[in-house]
Design a protein around this ligand. Structure first.
Ligand code: NDP
Length: 450
């Protein structure tokens, strides 16, 4: 598989794909490694994960450079992403020694619950955030005592392969964490059908997620799905408009809009709609889409020519309010673009574009804002801006989404739960309860009658 730099369209490497027999060999090794790995004492498992975190920390610059070259991420983002893998490993290194069950009062005996690891966990990762999304799956899975097989996206395998090397260097035993590059229909599909893989942790498109969920039903296999989004950024008339407008470009154009949490629909209360657009325009024009190796870059290219064609198809024929700039020449560049929606029926308003395009639509009142925000099959993320505390609570509770920010656009903190509602997914990653998804609760009753 050729690995291409999306900023230059140059081939920067080749990675061998894995055939079906090779996938089965890797899953077999992971299954064999499971028994010894779950038997490692909690303190030692914690120490190994901390050493893995330290190895990532020592290679942040190298991992970031790989990601810039393979994914076109800005170097600032790529450093954050490598640091996020380190932090998530450190956070879940605290989990093995805290994986305690409960003692439940029952007559005639003692009832105790245990969190048992599942076995082999298959993690399927998309191309938009290759490092963090991998870490959100493999770190809690390993901490809980599972072994992991991980399939990176075909187009972005480099950082995952390097992370697997660092795991070995840190002392994780062979077979505990294996990265298997290859095609979704071969490697990912085998995670679904292979009986030794006891859970699939998938992030990607809603379409493929549905097929994985259906496939996993055959073996009643556990599944976590982190899927698409079309999140709303709701700006009420009483909000700090300057702050809301200053933050809106980053909330959708970061990572060139290839972000499942992108606030790609801006809803603005009618009375401040014109003022908000006046404030938004200079912020969009100032958004720096440039060579991602530059520290000043806020946005790089799209991942592929196909992705750029897809993004272009949403903008052609739509009402463009204003747009920023992007480099010419080689690479898959696309400028930050603001579209005006009118009916709320436009494809660019309803469908996940996964590119640097945001649509703006006015709303009348609170009820209208909630109805329009919820008029989507997705429910991953979103923001709302208001100075009215009561309204903030009411609207936050009414918007059907898994993750929401008030007077902020942040979505991800590794110590709080992350995941979607409706067709944005199933299950929650991150946060203190993530290990529940990588274990089964076993309930054991001990009779004490003599
Ligand atoms: P996909 O859902 O096609 O791919 C995500 C991962 O699943 C990749 O590793 C892919 O492998 C793998 N995969 C593909 N088909 C199968 C299969 N049948 N069985 C098991 N695994 C499979 O997403 P894309 O990357 O193609 O992106 C398409 C759209 O999905 C985006 O435009 C966006 O709308 C959405 N998306 C959402 C993301 C999110 O974080 N919520 C992330 C990425 C995409 P391979 O690389 O070989 O195709």
């Amino acid at each position: 598989m050729d690995v291409i730099n999306p900023a230059t369209a140059e081939v920067v490497g080749t990675v061998p794909g894995t055939d079906p027999a090779g996938v089965d060999v890797a899953i077999g090794r992971a299954a064999a490694a499971f028994g010894p790995w779950r038997a490692v004492s909690p303190g030692d498992r914690a120490r190994l994960l901390r050493r893995f975190a330290a190895a990532v920390d020592a290679h942040v610059e190298e991992l970031a450079a790989l990601e810039v070259r393979n994914s076109g991420h800005t170097v600032g983002n790529a450093r954050w992403e490598a640091g996020n893998v380190r932090d998530v490993l450190d956070y879940y290194a605290g989990a093995p020694e805290r994986l305690s069950g409960r003692q439940i009062p029952v007559p005639g005996g003692l009832d105790v619950t245990f969190h048992e690891p599942l076995g082999v966990v298959g993690v399927i990762v998309p191309w938009n955030f290759p490092m963090p999304i991998a870490g959100w799956g493999f770190a809690p899975a390993l901490a809980a005592g599972n072994t992991v097989v991980l399939k990176p996206a075909e187009v972005t395998p480099l950082t995952a392969l390097r992370l697997a090397e660092l795991a070995l260097e840190a002392g994780l035993p062979e077979g505990v964490f294996t990265v298997i590059p290859g095609k979704g229909g071969v490697v990912g599909q085998r995670f679904v059908t292979h009986p030794a893989v006891r859970k699939v942790c998938f992030t990607g498109s809603t379409e493929v997620g549905k097929r994985i969920m259906a496939g996993c039903a055959d073996q009643v296999k556990r599944v976590t799905l982190e899927l698409g989004g079309k999140s709303a950024n709701i700006v009420f008339a009483d909000a700090d408009l300057e702050r809301a407008a200053a933050g809106a470009p980053g909330a959708v154009f970061d990572n060139a809009g290839q972000d499942c949490c992108a606030r790609s629909r801006i809803l603005v209360q009618a009375g401040v709609y014109d003022r908000f657009l006046e404030l938004l325009e200079p912020a969009v024009r100032a958004f720096r889409c440039e060579d991602p190796t530059l520290d000043s870059a806020q946005m790089g290219p799209l991942i592929s020519a196909a992705q750029r064609d897809s993004v272009t198809s949403y903008v052609d024929g739509a009402r463009v309010a204003f747009r920023g700039t992007a480099p010419d020449g080689a690479g898959w560049w696309y400028p930050p673009t603001v579209l005006l929606a009118e009916s709320g029926q436009e494809a660019h308003w309803h469908e996940e574009i996964f590119g640097p395009v945001v649509s703006v639509l006015p709303f009348t009142d609170e009820a209208d804002a909630i109805a329009r925000a919820n008029d989507t099959p997705y429910g991953l993320s979103g923001s709302l801006w208001t100075r009215d505390l009561g309204r903030a609570v009411r609207v936050a509770r009414a918007v059907e989404t898994g993750t929401l920010s008030v007077n902020s656009n942040s979505s991800v903190r590794y110590w709080t739960p992350f995941g979607g509602a409706k067709q944005s997914g199933l299950g929650r990653e991150l946060g203190p309860d993530a290990l529940a998804a990588f274990t089964d609760v076993k309930n054991v009753f001990f009779a004490t009658d003599s």
